[in-house]
Design a protein around this ligand. Structure first.
Ligand SMILES: [Zn+2]
Length: 120
């Protein structure tokens, strides 16, 4: 896994979310998407500012143009595979604070999720 930052990552993730939102709004015969709420995990590698920028680009000229984008940050959590302790983690290479093991399994914070939206 690499940690280098690729702005196309946010662009394609955001495009998927805008597509989903528009599809849903069209199905509900809405005229406008008012707001979209996203959760961004601390371990996802997704940069909120890049998502905001990508959202403006992807939503232009669609039902989602001008929608209020709300971003919630979700902390990272890992579980130690050796001693089962759960702990808050900020990187994917974190030592278990209990036993020092490197065998942590990520249980939260590795993704960006589309959680809510409001339409009109
Ligand atoms: Zn442990």
């Amino acid at each position: 896994m690499t940690f280098g930052h690729d702005p196309l990552h946010e662009l394609s993730l955001t495009q998927n979310i805008v597509d989903l939102a528009i599809e849903y709004a069209a199905r509900e015969k809405a005229v406008k998407v008012l707001s979209i709420t996203l959760e961004i995990g601390a371990l996802s590698g997704v940069v909120a500012e890049a998502v905001e920028f990508a959202f403006d680009v992807c939503s232009k000229g669609t039902l989602a143009e001008g929608a209020n984008l709300e971003i919630r940050h979700v902390s990272g959590r890992g579980r130690c595979l050796d001693c089962q302790t759960e702990t808050e983690i900020e990187t994917l290479t974190h030592l278990c604070p209990h036993c020092g093991s490197l065998a942590l399994e990520t249980v939260q914070g590795q993704e960006m999720k589309f959680t809510e939206m409001e339409i009109d």
